[in-house]
Design a binder for this molecule. Structure first.
Ligand code: ADP
Ligand code: MG
Length: 261
């Protein structure tokens, strides 16, 4: 029955897409270490406003650490991250996280809250809008991810795919200019992956800047403007998807693609 529900939700026509503001992200000489262990080595990356950058690479290569550094969930040892030219280090972490949202592999929804409450919580608490406004925003964001009918459901009554869409709605409710996705489909049952990827592909058309760590090579090829291949804390190769997937240069990328494709 859950699968039937999922299919019905997916079959609903996508509504008109509300445009979203994006921002440019400039990462320069970014180094992160945990104690003695250097995890990112002088990473340089420019992400144009409104584009999709997919980050691929083996486990442990530093992909999550790079995302987390952009959101200041980890503090870099050196280097700079600029959002539309503004140095992130000089912003308050809360101010930065309003502009840069993040979605995780394990949704991290509050289990005792409804979908609607999960989405309205941060705007009300952090932006200080009224509960009534928060509810209206949450309803609108849930409708955008195809879950208007599920607003009063708790996470336990939703499929993994639906929970992840609530998590995306929650991130969007803060009106971020950049949204970071860390393996958001890795924990989903295979039949639920497509709905979430389609939602992300729709989001990509709306002008927000997206940085997506993923093992979904089909998505990376189809939706990315730029693909970044990381290994051992370094960007080994990057470029448009046609270049990365059809004409890889480095032996490490060739080996990686041979394993995953
Ligand atoms: P990926 O996301 O590509 O799998 P990560 O960024 O999670 O890689 O991890 C890169 C390296 O950093 C790994 O060796 C991992 O063990 C290490 N690492 C990540 N987070 C921490 C942490 N909080 N403390 C210590 N080491 C960490
Ligand atoms: Mg990771």
């Amino acid at each position: 029955l859950q699968e039937v529900r999922e299919l019905v939700t997916q079959a609903q026509p996508t509504q008109k897409l509300r445009p979203l503001k994006g921002s440019r992200v400039d990462v320069k000489d970014l180094s992160v270490a945990f104690g003695e262990h250097k995890v990112l080595h002088e990473v340089e990356l420019r992400i144009e406003s409104g584009t999709v950058t997919c980050i691929i690479g083996p486990s442990g290569s530093g992909k999550s650490t790079l995302l987390r550094a952009v959101n200041r969930l980890v503090e870099p040892q050196a280097g700079s991250i600029k959002i539309d030219g503004e140095e992130s280090r000089s912003m308050k972490p809360e101010a930065l996280r309003r502009r840069v949202g993040m979605v995780f592999q394990h949704f991290n929804l509050f289990p005792d809250h409804t979908a609607l409450q999960n989405v309205s919580l941060a705007p009300v608490k952090i932006k200080g809008i009224s509960p009534k406004e928060g509810k209206a925003i949450a309803e609108a964001r849930l409708a955008e991810v195809g879950l208007a009918q599920k607003a009063n459901y708790r996470p336990s009554r939703l499929s993994g795919g639906q929970q992840q869409r609530v998590a995306i709605a929650r991130a969007l409710a803060m009106e971020p200019e950049v949204i970071l996705f860390d393996e958001v489909t890795s924990a989903l049952d295979p039949e639920l992956v497509k709905g979430v990827l389609n939602l992300m592909a729709d989001l990509a058309k709306r002008g927000i800047t997206m940085v997506v760590v993923t093992h979904e090579m089909g998505f990376a090829r189809r939706v990315s403007d730029q693909v970044v291949f990381m290994d051992e804390g370094r960007i080994v190769e990057m470029g448009p998807p046609s270049k990365i997937f059809d004409n890889p240069e480095s032996p490490r990328l060739k080996r990686f693609l041979a394993e995953v494709l």
